[in-house]
Ligand binder design. Structure first.
Ligand SMILES: [Zn+2]
Length: 212
């Protein structure tokens, strides 16, 4: 079944990003913009420079992902002894100490999910640049999953906080956030901005072009 690939772009229409009002645009330029008559936000035919911006943010996030996992996210000083943990060694610590549900949450929220988000966005970007008309419905759904997961990205930070709280229970210890935590926060923010700057309508533009 070929889905209906008609978009409002051919009709010189675009919906307001903020309130959803459908606005008539003038001129044929790809990025023609106007103001929404209802909420006065700027309405773009397509998000400006969507592919370049998303690529830049995805690459930045991928580069930050490496130090986020190499450098310790926290440093615990207890009775004069300092212990540093990376995300992974923190997860292993929890696992060894019988807190495997929390270990799994830390591992998935902090290691697996950010990586999957970056892989998904890279796949979407490449498929659009290749002018792919392959499974547009599934690709649109994939984008919605990435976007929805983005809203929960802050959970990753909470996980680190929980970890810190757990370690501090029971013994008097000083806990400091490590350099890794700064990079990790960078990964979260850059990935959220990347998902935000991606325009899923580009998927359908390519399908329409390749259909004639
Ligand atoms: Zn509006």
């Amino acid at each position: 079944m070929t889905p209906n690939s008609e978009t409002s772009r051919g009709e010189n229409l675009a919906s307001c990003h903020d309130c959803g009002f459908v606005v008539a645009l003038e001129g044929g330029a790809h990025h023609a913009a106007t103001h929404c008559p209802r909420c006065h936000a700027v309405v773009h035919r397509r998000k400006p420079d969507s592919l370049n911006r998303t690529w830049a943010l995805v690459i930045t996030a991928a580069m930050l992902y490496v130090p986020a996992n190499i450098f310790p996210v926290m440093r615990v000083i207890s009775m004069g002894k300092a212990q540093e943990d990376t995300i992974l060694s923190g997860a292993i610590y929890l696992l060894v100490h019988g807190m495997w549900p929390l270990a799994l949450i830390v591992f998935f929220a902090s290691v697996v999910v950010p990586l999957l988000k970056l892989i998904a966005l890279t796949f979407l970007l490449i498929s659009i640049q290749k002018g792919s008309s392959w499974r547009p419905v599934e690709r649109t759904k994939l984008y919605h999953v990435v976007e929805a997961v983005g809203r929960w990205s802050m959970t990753d930070i909470y996980v680190v906080t929980i970890l810190v709280a757990l370690v501090s229970l029971g013994n008097l210890a000083t806990i400091e956030a490590g350099l890794g935590a700064v990079y990790f926060a960078g990964v979260v923010v850059m990935t959220m901005l990347a998902a935000e700057s991606f325009d899923p309508r580009l998927i359908w533009d390519r399908v329409r072009e390749s259909n004639g």
